[in-house]
Design a protein around this ligand. Structure first.
Ligand code: AKG
Ligand code: FE2
Length: 354
């Protein structure tokens, strides 16, 4: 099912975004819908985050990324139904379609900067190969009020139109950064952790949804007053790009069955086949990546998901070095290249993965 068809089946008419919202996304790289979810809905999701976090402890986020000072939980839809309302966030789906065309779920990660912690260097989450080459739409769903003192996300409006900065290594894939022009070079701050001229700190009440282009320069900031700041990062990517978490590998029977065909085609994978009655496969033994930043695993899967193509000597050498330096990712790569039918994931179990 193609994206527009799926969106129509899900009740989107094409009028979900105002011209102003589209313009703000195109020109500024973000827009905010205040109080999209009620405080009660936000609180229920926040409480479920705490329950999942209590269960997973310091392993939280292990499927994608573990960040010291900011507990995370990933693969949330397979673990609980509590976040299902976020699967139907119409303005977000409309924004993803506006930005990406054909899209699918990329990742869903909860993040909670601890008192005195959570500051990140300025970064983008994904590369881009040319001016308007958008890879990921990110929504921050706020479970608590996001205020000046509890670690608001900082963003640099309009910077999605600039060169990518500080792209997480695992998301680089086959991207080779172009040499910077003097103008681009002048934009690069000496200190990526320092405030950037023109940056905004996002503040909004619990239940708000901040839709942003992941190519916009941004970062987490330190939680100074210790008030909770739990956020869901819900990301969508183009269908030809790798998912952060390969949904096919983690899909539980429960999630599969509670989704409509339109939801499956948008969010799980494309095509999404009902897994055959094979014994469950052991989920990948992904090691935690402790670099700062959130959109991590997945890029190395790109070649396997998108088919091979001629590669230059430089890329071959770089690729070989990459696998030598990251032997733990090899299993992932091989697994994703396989054409076997998907089998059910085991969302509740942590032990085989770490
Ligand atoms: O949670 C935040 O404020 C931003 C986090 C972020 O950008 C990331 O982890 O990549
Ligand atoms: Fe980020």
């Amino acid at each position: 099912m193609y994206t527009k068809q799926a969106l129509r089946e899900l009740g989107l008419t094409g009028d979900e975004l105002s011209d102003g919202q589209k313009r703000q996304l195109d020109e500024q790289g973000f827009f905010i819908i205040e109080s999209f979810y009620s405080r009660a809905e936000a609180r229920e999701m926040a409480e479920e985050f705490d329950r999942l976090h209590a269960r997973e402890g310091e392993k939280g986020g292990h499927e994608v990324h573990v960040e010291p000072g900011a507990p995370r939980v990933s693969n949330i839809y397979n673990k609980t139904q509590a976040f299902d309302i976020c699967l139907n966030c119409k303005p977000l789906l409309a924004a993803a379609h506006h930005m990406l065309g054909e899209f699918k779920l990329h990742g869903a990660n909860l993040r909670d900067p601890l008192p005195g912690k959570g500051h990140q260097d300025l970064h983008v989450d994904v590369p881009k190969k040319f001016a308007d080459d958008w890879w990921v739409t990110n929504a921050l769903v706020l479970f608590d009020d996001m205020a000046k003192d509890n670690g608001p996300t900082r963003i640099v409006p309009g910077s999605h139109l600039w060169q990518p900065i500080n792209v997480p290594y695992v998301n680089i894939g086959d991207w080779v950064p172009a040499p910077l022009t003097p103008e681009e070079q002048a934009r690069v701050p000496k200190d990526l952790s320092a405030p950037y001229p023109g940056e905004l700190q996002v503040t909004a009440p619990a239940g708000s949804v901040v839709v942003m282009n992941s190519s916009m320069w941004h970062g987490g900031t330190r939680n100074n007053n210790g008030a909770r700041r739990r956020v869901l990062h819900l990301t969508y990517t183009r269908r030809d790009l790798p998912q952060q978490l390969v949904q096919r590998e983690y899909l539980t029977q429960d999630l599969y069955e509670r989704m409509s065909p339109a939801q499956r085609s948008c969010w799980i994978s494309n095509p999404c086949r009902k897994p055959s009655a094979q014994p469950p496969r052991v989920p990948p033994n992904a090691k935690a990546n402790t670099r700062a930043g959130g959109i991590r695993a997945g890029a190395h899967k790109h070649a396997a998901q998108c088919g091979s193509r001629p590669r230059s000597l430089v890329r071959i050498v770089r690729g070989t070095l990459f696998w030598r330096l990251n032997p733990h990712l090899w299993q992932h790569h091989v697994r994703n290249g396989s054409t076997t039918a998907p089998t059910w994931g085991s969302a509740g179990s942590l032990s085989p993965r770490n």
